[in-house]
Design a protein around this ligand. Structure first.
Ligand code: ZN
Length: 310
């Protein structure tokens, strides 16, 4: 289970940068030397000081949305070997604190994003489907959440199976508000070679209806036959799932409306569970108050466990 990876990877995101921004603005990798410099500045966390997420039971349905266990009720403390003067563990940093000090990878908000996705599963259990683990010639970056909305998932699997071994590398699929917030910030600051990025809350990746792939030239004709629309040279890695025929197109449009803001609402609910005295509206709209909350949210995830109880 990919979620098992510990938050410690926050400082080891070198070379596995999830890039691409949403329908606009997928980005090339950051040069390794620059990544190394950034990594040097990030606080080091001993692996023993960080929690790991438990494996799913063997009987779990790999295609179903699954709830991700929350971070422990207390943030991990520094390991005994950590000197008191060392910086706080990376997982306890807030989103605002990592905006300008992290490498160009959304790995830094993976813990928080896992909780948001799990909460989305509470809000709408059928919202997203997980890509099968073993798809021929398919590579998925570790930092990618391998989920899509059901019709996009079905179409992508069918396209890959029809390609009979043509390699495909998925650089982005489902994305959370925390990830999109980082990508948009980097775009606005001219960082990370992002040419264009959707504002947080408006990306098709957040609705599970978009993918970024490494080999657009080799795949655009095939993906087009399966209902994916290539964004063109301005964002050459990006494909939106729009559907194959008029009936499916209409259904996808309705679905995109249903999914719009789902991750924002999931975040708002998580925030309210953890900070009831500073609650935000659970509208799904990324308003000023929600942005303020997101900036103060811990990148490693909230302390309170996720339950699907209201
Ligand atoms: Zn994209």
């Amino acid at each position: 289970m990919r979620f098992k990876k510990t938050i410690a990877t926050v400082v080891v995101a070198i070379g596995t940068a999830l890039v691409g921004t949403q329908w606009y603005g997928c980005t090339p990798r950051r040069p390794l030397d620059e990544l190394a410099r950034l990594t040097d500045r990030l606080p080091h966390v001993a692996p023993s000081a960080l929690p790991s997420l438990p494996e799913l039971p063997a009987s779990a349905d790999p295609t179903a949305m699954v709830a991700v266990p929350a971070a422990p009720t207390a943030m991990p403390s520094a390991s005994p070997t950590t000197a008191p003067s060392e910086p706080a563990p990376a997982a306890s940093l807030t989103v605002a604190e990592v905006l300008d000090r992290s490498a160009c990878s959304t790995e830094v908000v993976k813990g928080l994003s896992e909780q948001i996705i799990a909460e989305e599963g509470c809000l709408r259990p059928s919202a997203f489907q997980r890509l099968p683990d073993k798809l021929a010639a398919t590579t998925i970056e570790d930092v990618v959440f391998p989920y899509l909305a059901a019709p996009a998932h079905e179409a992508l699997v069918a396209a890959i199976e029809s390609a009979r071994g043509e390699p495909i590398k998925l650089n982005s699929m489902l994305r959370t508000i925390a990830q999109q917030y980082l990508l948009f910030h980097w775009y606005k600051r001219g960082r990370c070679h992002i040419k264009l990025a959707a504002s947080p809350g408006s990306s098709n990746h957040q609705s599970g209806l978009a993918i970024d792939i490494q080999q657009p030239g080799r795949w655009k004709n095939r993906l087009s036959r399966f209902g994916f629309r290539w964004m063109g040279a301005k964002d050459k890695w990006h494909f939106d799932f729009v559907g194959r025929d008029a009936k499916e197109k209409a259904a996808v449009k309705r679905l995109s409306e249903v999914h719009a803001g789902l991750d924002v609402r999931a975040f708002q609910r998580l925030w309210n569970k953890n900070y009831p005295d500073e609650s935000v509206g659970e509208s799904g709209s990324f308003d000023e108050r929600t942005e303020s909350a997101l900036r103060r949210a811990p990148v490693g995830g909230f302390p309170q466990p996720i339950t699907c109880a209201k």
